[in-house]
Write a protein that binds this ligand. Structure first.
Ligand SMILES: [Cu+2]
Length: 285
């Protein structure tokens, strides 16, 4: 148990802290409706060990974030809106000093992706300053952000109308402590919608169990997910979203076993939420 907590608290620690912040407004219902916009703005972010290569500006509204992992480690891309006056260096300083992050508003971002893979995640972004951060742990359990894996995104202009979000065919509803999945888990392309009913922040890691790997091997890896040669392939999901928030991500499923779990540490005991029951196994046919 200890290994898991030590190994994961570092990379998801801040997400748990952020759970006490007010619900994020990265939700389409928070935008004033004038005219619908259908085409999302595209941001492509390439992850290296340990830096992001990305555009630094995007127009407000529905944004499709294409996250490509060009590194040798698993990476993820957490997106958070920073309250006025706060910067990405301020986030880093707060993490180093274990300071307050109540100005750090999580709105999701592409979940964990294995080397050589990519994922698309959708977010409705209001104008403002955002941080992009990798929370995955290195071999010492330290989040990649501590190695400098962070970047800035400025969302410009105004949110024009209610964006038309992609149509999901798989629905994940999260709450303390459960993930309910509905939809047909068939091989091929799917759009997942994730809703967080709270009260804490939740994320989703979509993991494909590699052929021949056992549950015991997967459990062992989850205790220390920074080790190499994982028995799973990380194929996306979403980084933490606040209560009442939602997001969509796309995934191409292959036949086999998949796990969907929440890695965020609990507000009370710091154990990752999957240890409280937020894990669902599905079989893709
Ligand atoms: Cu990383």
């Amino acid at each position: 148990m200890r290994g898991l907590v030590c190994g994961t608290v570092a990379f998801v620690g801040v997400l748990g802290c952020a759970a006490s912040s007010p619900p994020s407004t990265g939700n389409s219902s928070a935008t004033s409706a004038t005219k619908p916009t259908s085409e999302p703005a595209l941001v492509r972010v390439v992850a290296h060990d340990f830096a992001f290569d990305s555009a630094h500006s995007v127009p407000a509204g529905l944004v499709a974030i294409r996250f490509v992992n060009d590194g040798r480690a698993i990476h993820m891309l957490g997106i958070a809106r920073l309250d006025s006056g706060k910067t990405v260096p301020d986030v880093y300083q707060a993490l180093v000093k274990n300071g307050s992050l109540d100005w750090f508003n999580e709105v999701g971002g592409p979940g964990a992706v294995s080397p050589g893979d990519s994922v698309t995640q959708y977010a409705v972004l209001e104008p403002g300053s955002y941080s992009m951060i990798c929370w995955w742990p290195d071999s010492t359990g330290k989040a990649h952000v501590m190695l400098g894996m962070m970047s800035t995104l400025t969302v410009t202009g105004e949110t024009a109308g209610a964006p038309i979000e992609p149509t999901p065919d798989i629905y994940l509803r999260e709450r303390d402590y459960h993930i309910a999945a509905t939809g047909a888990f068939t091989a091929g392309h799917h759009v997942f919608r994730v809703d967080n009913d709270g009260p804490q922040h939740h994320d989703v890691a979509l993991l494909r169990v590699l052929p021949g790997k056992t549950d015991a091997e997967v459990d062992k890896w989850l205790m220390n997910p920074s080790v190499s040669n994982p028995p799973v392939e990380a194929v996306g999901g979403t980084v933490g979203i606040a209560r009442w928030g939602h997001t969509e991500f796309a995934a191409d499923l292959k036949p086999g076993s998949y796990l969907m779990l929440c890695l965020i540490p609990d507000a009370k005991d710091r154990k990752p939420h999957f240890m409280h029951g937020m894990v669902t196994k599905v079989s893709v046919t």
